[in-house]
Ligand binder design. Structure first.
Ligand code: G6P
Length: 615
């Protein structure tokens, strides 16, 4: 949510910053802007509502030379997404420029204080307050930017990443963070700032994680890190293991299409190293097996697609371990009084590791002494840092806003957690665990086979692209898959899409069914759960009888399901608990294809951002 880039070095700051913004655009695309301290000692800014192409047009023919600069790509919170509210914001004298990610919760109070002092605001944002506060602090103290930023940060409430330039000091940039992301990139004679490493992956692989409530001053020859009171602090160095290629489209029109195709390797990489000498190992996890043995309740907290992975986890963990599992939206869990104690394991699932709702849920759980295990795709992000343990998915960077390979990797990861709990608690014999893990290891090949269906799904997508709505139904683990299919369609195609537990249809939603309405049915396998299969057949029959167009995702050779299908999509036969890893694939393809048929940008759906760092 909002992408931030900063640069000090010997290259053209404008070029580095605009390129970095392009790579971070998935974090928000309501507007984009840059500020550079130009060689003539002035602070040059340019900003424009809309995508980066609009900023490119604004910059065409303009010469901005300078080696210190920053940029911002916005997902609007306070103030409409127009030119006036685009970042950077400057103080009244054009000395200080600021870009901000997050929400300053006490901004109204700070703004009225500044207005009483005669400051005139030129935007409707909470962020502009910071430029004026820092300018006032500098004027009053006569000190340096880093001191002024520390003093202002101590007054701010909420979550923020701030990056500031001082026109009079082109040799450095100052940045601060609280509960919002910011990493440093360390090059040879140049230093970078970014909301994530994608901002500077082209230039350096050496990065530094910043902690909570820290202020950093970067120069071309290094950086100085302190807390908000000026006490020296240590960052955590790490080497970026994603390469530039992973963050590029590689011949595909959209990142999402590339990422959908990468699912076999994303799942295989996530499984790798978790089965050693006949044992499930959570090697990146710092949890004592004794802690796992004592767990008597599991809570899964997550948002969006990650929440759907959590719903799948419930089926697997309860079945394999007999431990009760609750799954809750992080934003709901956070403001409730859930029943937790030291024996509760809270599994926080987050691709980005920075989703504000999930982060707050983690803190809420820790306050009540629960043990928190994060499942995350981003090394060193805030959620794994604040958790007791972490299991990383190894899906690589996901740039398309809609989750695809990270979702299937999360499903693989929660299944590993389920098996690890079963092993620790002895609810499954070693050979049963080995057999389940072998089934999991076969999944990348099944996913690859399912991806071969893309062409037939494409044809179908074109036929139903003009439908008013599409319904999705499923049972058991098919229900979260239906929810995920509907979410993908809403996000990408802006279509009315609803998912229902198939058994619930008759209790109301069946009234929605009319002639030719597409209804996607996620069928369970006839072998794994014959009773479920039978019940689903009755449900499809009811849907068909009312004239709907049934699009049935069924196991290869399921002739009974085929009978009721207007369109049949056959997926490989796999064990029921693992089936979401294949049944989700056609739904991802369907949503992407419908969205493209309707002419939408599937990487940057309207109103969305990939990581949501505000509540
Ligand atoms: C946003 C994204 C969703 C994602 C959700 C949770 O809303 O648009 O695709 O599932 O955040 O993100 P996380 O990074 O916590 O998995």
């Amino acid at each position: 949510m909002c992408g931030i880039v900063g640069y000090v070095g010997s290259r053209s700051a404008l070029d580095v910053v605009v390129e970095g913004l392009r790579r971070l655009e998935y974090r928000g695309y309501d507007s984009a802007g840059v500020a550079v301290i130009s060689e003539d000692g002035t602070l040059q800014t340019a900003k424009k509502a809309g995508r980066i192409e609009n900023l490119d047009r604004e910059l065409a023919g303009v010469t901005i030379t300078g080696q210190t600069g920053m940029g911002h790509t916005r997902w609007a919170t306070h103030g409409a997404p127009n030119d006036r509210n685009a970042h950077p914001h400057t103080d009244s004298f054009g000395r200080i420029a600021v870009v901000h990610n997050g929400i300053i919760e006490n901004y109204a109070e700070l703004q009225s204080e500044l207005e009483h002092r005669g400051v005139e605001f030129r935007s409707d944002t909470d962020s502009e307050t910071v430029a004026h506060l820092v300018a006032a602090e500098l004027a009053a103290s006569g000190g340096v930017l880093a001191d002024a930023v520390r003093a202002v940060c101590r007054r701010l409430q909420g979550a923020f990443t701030l990056v500031l330039l001082d026109r009079d000091h082109p040799e450095s940039i100052v940045a601060a963070r609280r509960s919002s992301p910011l990493v440093l990139g360390i090059g040879e004679g140049e230093t970078f700032l970014g909301s994530d490493v994608a901002a500077f992956i082209e230039f350096t692989k050496n990065a530094v994680e910043l902690g909570q409530d820290q202020v950093v001053e970067i120069r071309s020859d290094g950086y100085t890190l302190t807390d908000f009171y000026g006490a020296p602090a240590q960052g955590k160095h790490f080497t970026i293991d994603w390469d530039l290629q992973a963050a590029e489209k590689g011949g595909y029109d959209f990142f999402m299409l590339k990422e959908t195709q990468e699912q076999p390797s994303a799942v295989a990489d996530t499984l790798r190293s978790h089965f050693v000498n006949g044992q499930i190992t959570l090697d990146e996890q710092r949890l004592d097996p004794g802690v796992l043995r004592e767990v008597d309740k599991v809570f899964v907290v997550a948002c969006g697609s990650a929440y759907h992975a959590g719903l799948i986890a419930k089926h697997a963990i309860e079945h394999w371990t007999r431990i009760p599992v609750e799954v809750e939206y992080a934003s709901e869990f956070r403001y409730r009084d859930p029943v937790l104690d030291r024996q509760t394991l809270v599994v926080a699932i987050s691709q980005s590791g920075e989703t504000a709702d999930t982060l707050e849920a983690v803190r809420h759980a820790k306050d009540q002494r629960a043990t928190v295990l994060a499942i995350c795709n981003t090394n060193g992000a805030q959620i794994p840092r604040e958790s007791d343990a972490v299991l990383y998915t190894h899906a690589g960077p996901e740039i398309g806003v809609a989750a695809t390979k990270t979702f299937t990797s999360q499903v693989a990861a929660v299944l590993i957690v389920g098996l690890a709990l079963a092993q620790a608690r002895g609810t499954k014999y070693g050979d049963e665990i080995r057999a389940e893990f072998a089934n999991l290891q076969a999944m990348p090949a099944h996913i690859a086979k399912t991806l071969e269906l893309a062409d037939s799904v494409r044809t179908l997508a074109r036929e139903i692209a003009d439908s008013k709505a599409i319904l999705f139904v499923g049972r058991h683990v098919g229900y979260p898959v239906a929810l995920e299919g509907a979410l993908k369609l809403k996000e990408l195609a802006y279509m009315h899409a609803e998912a229902f537990a198939a058994g619930e249809l008759k209790h109301g939603p069946i009234a929605l069914i009319e002639q030719d309405l597409p209804v996607v049915v996620v069928m369970p396998s006839p072998v794994g759960r014959p009773v479920l299969h039978q019940k689903m057949l009755s449900n499809i029959a009811e849907i068909s009888a009312r004239g709907a167009r049934t699009i049935v995702i069924a196991t290869e050779g399921d002739e009974l399901a085929a009978k009721y299908a207007t369109n049949l999509i056959e997926v490989p036969a796999v064990p029921t608990l693992l089936s979401p890893l294949v049944t989700t694939i056609p739904l991802q393809v369907l949503a992407a294809e419908i969205a493209q048929a309707r002419g939408f940008d599937i990487d940057k759906p309207r109103n969305l951002a990939k990581s949501v760092t505000v509540e």
